[in-house]
Design a protein around this ligand. Structure first.
Ligand code: NAD
Length: 394
């Protein structure tokens, strides 16, 4: 580990240790952060899905049998209440048949990337879950919408702002719902932090501090610009962008960012290794965020500092183990750990979208929400390239 790395980590890792118990139970795992300002309640005019209307589970077609789908989402659906897996899309037929047998999926409901559009003819499929490299999200979302299916698409929404706009337009035209899989927006510890901050737990909010990252292996598609769209910012920095927005409930007015490569070991020829950025929010709250592909953060963290004290989610973004601590002047320290094991977050996410389909509600993390982050990531990269701050409109 070089000096520059050490400095970078030191900058990222200054943490306050806080403890002791006071853990109100999570209100309702499925409710979402009703008090968050970034929240879309607008119901759309899509027709209620046939299976949902019949009170049946929503049928998901899994697109891409990689780590997140096989390791988390599919096991999550297995323990869900309103969701089931009814079809698979894979380029590897023997593997898909093995997975189909594990989940009771008919071999006739295994598709590949060429005949994917024929999911149109399968009425068991209500929605697709897209777990492909980022650069493929737009194409497979648009094709699903054209096939008449709702779309739950992994983050980041796509490679570019234009792709996000095309995805939104395609789903709107087909009258299908589009949700971006921001699972932390449905996770009780993150929701509790939002609730406490909105109630004034930390007083007047002053600053946010958040980081997330991991040490990437060579050869990953995440290091390929065409497949990944960007570096750690797109992959894991996006969690800190989300946290800065949902903890403040505001949209950034200005961004200043820097990127760097400190490990010249051949991994970072197409995407950056490190990004740090600041957001200035309209109220005056400042956020300081960092992301890296050069160090393991194990779940990342997010802190909110206010006039009366502070709240810390650490880890904040992992598949399990979220921990919320807080300390304010003159009160007992706060320590909340809901002990929710993986893959529960994914069961909740699958069921939340199933509920949106069944009740004809617009998801809280819809395409517009994914687009907001995509615009911010574009502004962060622009700031890195131009060496100046970028003012954000509207
Ligand atoms: P992965 O590499 O494990 O899986 C990718 C899948 O895409 C594989 O099944 C692979 O065969 C398939 N694929 C099809 N064409 C491909 C191509 N040209 N190159 C590479 N793979 C191709 O990736 P992953 O870690 O599962 O990530 C998939 C998506 O899920 C990404 O968008 C990522 O950002 C997102 N993700 C989300 C979370 C979360 O917590 N929400 C966590 C990890 C990943």
């Amino acid at each position: 580990m070089g000096n520059s790395r050490r400095e970078f980590l030191k900058q990222l890792a200054s943490t306050t240790a806080l403890a002791t118990a006071l853990a109100p139970a999570s209100s309702n795992f499925l409710m979402g952060e009703s008090s968050a300002a970034i929240h879309s309640d607008a119901a759309n005019s899509a027709q209620t899905n046939g299976n949902a209307a019949n009170g049946k589970k929503i049928g998901y077609c899994i697109v891409g049998l990689g780590r997140i789908s096989m390791g988390q989402f599919m096991p999550g659906v297995r323990i869900s209440q309103q969701s089931k897996i009814v079809a698979l899309v894979s380029g590897h037929r023997p593997k898909a048949e093995r997975v189909a047998d594990q989940y009771g999926v008919s071999h006739s409901a295994i598709y590949n990337y060429e005949n994917y559009d024929t999911i149109h003819n399968n009425p068991e499929i209500d929605a697709v879950y897209i777990a492909l490299p980022n650069g493929m999200h737009a194409e497979y979302t648009i094709r699903a919408a054209k096939a008449g299916k709702h779309v739950l698409c992994e983050k980041p929404m796509a490679n570019t702002v234009e792709e996000c706009e095309q995805m939104i337009a395609a789903c709107k035209q087909a009258n299908r719902k589009l949700m971006i899989a921001y699972r932390c927006r449905y996770e009780p510890t993150n929701l509790k932090a939002i609730e406490l901050l909105r109630q004034g737990y930390a007083g007047k909010l002053l600053a946010i501090d958040s980081s997330n990252g991991f040490n990437i292996r060579p050869g990953e598609w995440r290091l390929n610009k065409k497949l990944a769209g960007g570096g750690p910012l797109f992959d894991v920095g996006i969690y800190s962008i989300q946290a800065a927005r949902y903890l403040t409930g505001e949209e950034p007015a200005e961004v200043q960012a820097y990127s760097s490569v400190t490990d010249h070991d051949g991994r970072f020829t197409e995407v950056e290794e490190n990004v740090v950025w600041n957001f200035r929010f309209p109220s005056g709250v400042l956020a300081s965020c960092a992301t890296t592909y050069g160090s393991n953060f194990i779940g990342g963290y997010a802190r909110a500092v206010g006039s009366k004290g502070m709240l810390e989610l650490n880890p904040a973004f992992g598949y399990q183990g979220q921990h919320l601590t807080g300390k304010t002047e003159g009160s007992q320290p706060l320590d909340i750990n809901y002990h929710i094991p993986a893959p529960k977050q994914f069961a909740v996410e699958a069921d939340y979208f199933a509920g949106c389909i069944a009740e004809n509600k617009e998801p809280k993390t819809d395409g517009e929400e994914g687009l907001r982050d995509q615009r911010l990531m574009a502004a962060i990269y622009q700031s890195c390239a131009d060496g100046r701050s970028i003012k954000l409109v509207g």
